[in-house]
Design a protein around this ligand. Structure first.
Ligand SMILES: Nc1nc2c(ncn2[C@@H]2O[C@H](COP(=O)(O)OP(=O)(O)O)[C@@H](O)[C@H]2O)c(=O)[nH]1
Ligand SMILES: Nc1ncnc2c1ncn2[C@@H]1O[C@H](COP(=O)(O)OP(=O)(O)O)[C@@H](O)[C@H]1O
Length: 605
């Protein structure tokens, strides 16, 4: 690994193309000093998403052989604790980087994850001049640019076994914040998609078992050292990636803190009970469309929990005798899309249609999922807590809901990229459908949100979930309805706090402000729909005190808080609110319920 001062002094540099440039002039002669432009591969280009193991593999290769040297890149990102200037990167400023771009010092450069990175001609030359193969660890844009530059190299795309593995490695490395990891993971899918660019890569290497991957990389690198061309056909014709919400980085990072790096990887993958494993969808294949010899296809498994295969309704027998549902509908297991005893009159029109419920892991969301599914809808349950969704799935199964009609999806509604994938996941699961009904139920409060001296983090959390989350979910679903030309119903859980500030010393003003916003947004959405002449119907539901985890969440997980907040009088139950949802949906087409305000009879304010 060369240091900047080891670059031969007085080297004349020609203007280099930017990452997107197609201009090969001067690059090959530049690197080989215009003397001996070898036809043998002079570079081994490693590409792949952040955290896949490029650095680890490159290090092993270079440590174990004298034939390879690392091209030290320039970057504007801050050094990590163990990184040394001139060894891992040349750390520089944006201004200096821009100046050197102008001076044509870079063979290629690109903006990656918000920072600039570039391979300087000098760094590459320092390795080549020492007679070694130059190992580049660069991003996809850089790979395209090097390909076009004419520098002869072997290009290897390094892929993770799955997005979940990638997330684990990023979290396990412990060098980035949750936000930085999320950004890297958000970019990973597009980077992995680049495998399908014809002629860009020579090899696809899945970094599953590290020792095995090192061996395979060494075999490829050996060809470069011996001046051999890459073998043809080592990249599948086509790799298909599953649309999937991205793994929950925050949860992974928390697990990581709680346990050591090795055990974290195993902890994420919760297993459903044995009898349900038979119903699992096969691991999302992402296989190439045509069978191809190794290397194996990239398997980017969806995060949807225990998604059953799309079998005919009724083929999945319940494991337990159906019990009385908590929603006051039928007590018998309903086959899909059959009129059910106890279904509110007028609800028949929704049977077989798709409803998506956010905040489905408990309380109102849970009860609403249950009511909708028992009334014959296909239900998409969205929440962050995977274990709770698995629990809900088991519950649905026990209630006699055919699991072909149930799709649990781990998704954080405050994450734009995750929300954007939801309609695609639904379309993949039920190819003939889209989301017809959206229940924007997810919402939360914190008791340290006083307007005097509140925690700004809690304000942000409430705004992101209650307001922005609701808007992003609405936008994603309305766009999907628009694409299909089919408009259904959106119901927002406004809450009584959209109408008044709750009493008590909790500092509920900020929370009430977010809920007032939801009330206004509900009416705004209705007006937009009417203005555009669209048949979308929009409703709000504003319950008072409901016995749910809301109070425990508000008290940062203190379960006792729920008991205290709900013991003064007989509160509403989640099923009462689910009833209101069912009624809204059951009203005739000419009748749009705009807001249902419902309190426990004894509630004062
Ligand atoms: N185009 C280009 N990309 C680079 C260069 N050096 C590093 N990268 C890429 O920039 C991305 C981020 O690198 P880094 O900040 O070290 O993060 P890490 O990949 O998560 O360890 C990775 O995809 C690297 O391959 C370079 O010189 N040029
Ligand atoms: N095959 C593997 N299995 C498990 N962990 C791996 C494997 N390869 C690399 N890692 C770990 O993943 C993390 C990210 O690797 P790193 O080399 O920093 O990735 P990159 O350079 O591609 O960003 C590191 O903690 C590394 O030890």
């Amino acid at each position: 690994m060369g240091a900047e001062q080891s670059v031969p002094a007085g080297v004349e540099v020609q203007p280099a193309p930017a990452a997107t440039s197609n201009q090969p002039d001067g690059i090959v002669p530049e690197v080989s000093d215009g003397q001996k432009t070898s036809l043998a591969p002079s570079a081994l280009v490693l590409v792949g998403p952040s955290g896949v193991g490029k650095g680890t593999l490159a290090k092993r290769l270079i440590e174990d052989s004298d034939h390879f040297g690392f091209s030290v890149s320039h970057t504007t990102r801050a050094p990590r604790p163990n990184e040394q200037h001139g060894v891992h990167y040349f750390f520089t400023t944006k201004e200096q980087f821009a100046k050197e771009i102008g001076e044509g010092k870079f063979l290629e450069y690109a903006e990656v994850h918000g920072n600039l990175y570039g391979t300087s001609v000098a760094a590459a030359r320092a390795v080549l001049d020492s007679g070694r193969v130059c190992v580049l660890d660069i991003d996809v844009q850089g790979a395209r640019a090097v390909r076009k530059s004419g520098l002869k190299g072997i290009f290897v795309f390094i892929a993770p076994p799955s997005l979940e593995d990638l997330a684990n490695r990023l979290a396990g490395r412990g060098t980035e914040t949750v936000e930085q990891i999320t950004r890297r993971l958000n970019n990973a899918k597009a980077e992995i998609e680049s495998i399908n660019e014809k002629g860009l890569y020579d090899y696809l290497l899945i970094n599953d078992d590290l020792e095995d991957a090192v061996k395979r990389l060494k075999a490829i690198a050996d060809r470069a050292a011996k001046g051999l061309d890459p073998e043809p056909g080592m990249v599948p014709e086509r790799v298909v990636l599953e649309d999937a919400p991205l793994p929950d980085i925050r949860a992974l990072t928390q697990q990581q803190t709680a346990s050591d790096a090795n055990s974290a990887a195993a902890a994420v993958e919760a297993q459903p009970p044995a009898e349900e494993q038979a119903e699992q969808a096969p691991a999302a294949s992402a296989a190439p469309t045509e069978p191809v010899a190794p290397p194996p296809a990239v398997d980017v498994a969806p995060q949807a929990v225990s998604a059953p295969p799309a079998a005919a309704p009724g083929t999945l027998a319940p494991t337990a005798a159906p019990r009385q549902p908590t929603y006051n509908g039928s007590s018998s297991a309903p086959p899909a899309a059959q009129p059910l005893e106890g279904v509110p009159p007028g609800f028949e029109k929704w049977q077989g249609k798709v409803a998506l419920v956010s905040g489905a892991s408990s309380g109102i969301g849970w009860a609403t999922c249950e009511a909708l599914a028992l009334a014959g809808m296909r239900v998409v349950a969205v929440a962050r807590r995977k274990d709770r969704l698995e629990e809900l799935q088991r519950h649905m199964h026990a209630m006699g809901v055919p699991l072909v009609n149930f799709l649990p999806v781990v998704c954080d509604i405050t994450k734009e990229a995750e929300v954007a994938t939801l309609p695609k996941i639904v379309a993949k699961r039920w190819t003939d459908c889209g989301i017809d009904v959206l229940i924007n139920n997810a919402g939360m409060s914190r008791n340290d949100a006083s307007l005097f001296d509140g925690n700004i983090g809690s304000w942000v959390e409430m705004l992101s979930t209650n307001v922005l989350g609701t808007c992003m979910m609405t936008r994603a679903v309305v766009q999907d309805m628009k694409r299909r030309g089919s408009y259904g119903h959106i119901i927002n859980m406004i809450g009584l706090s959209g109408h008044r500030i709750p009493d008590g010393p909790q500092g509920g003003g900020f929370y009430a402000a977010t809920k007032s916003a939801v009330k206004t947004i509900t009416e705004g959405l209705r007006q937009e729909a009417r203005g555009a002449g669209l048949p979308l119907r929009v409703s709000g539901i504003s319950p008072g005190v409901v016995e749910t985890e809301f109070f425990a969440v508000r008290a940062f997980g203190d379960a006792e808080a729920t008991r205290k907040a709900t013991s003064a009088f007989k509160c509403l139950q989640p099923v009462d609110v689910a009833d209101a949802v069912m009624w809204c949906l059951s009203c005739p087409d000419h009748m749009e319920v705009n807001d249902i305000v419902v309190r426990p009879t004894e509630q004062l304010i």
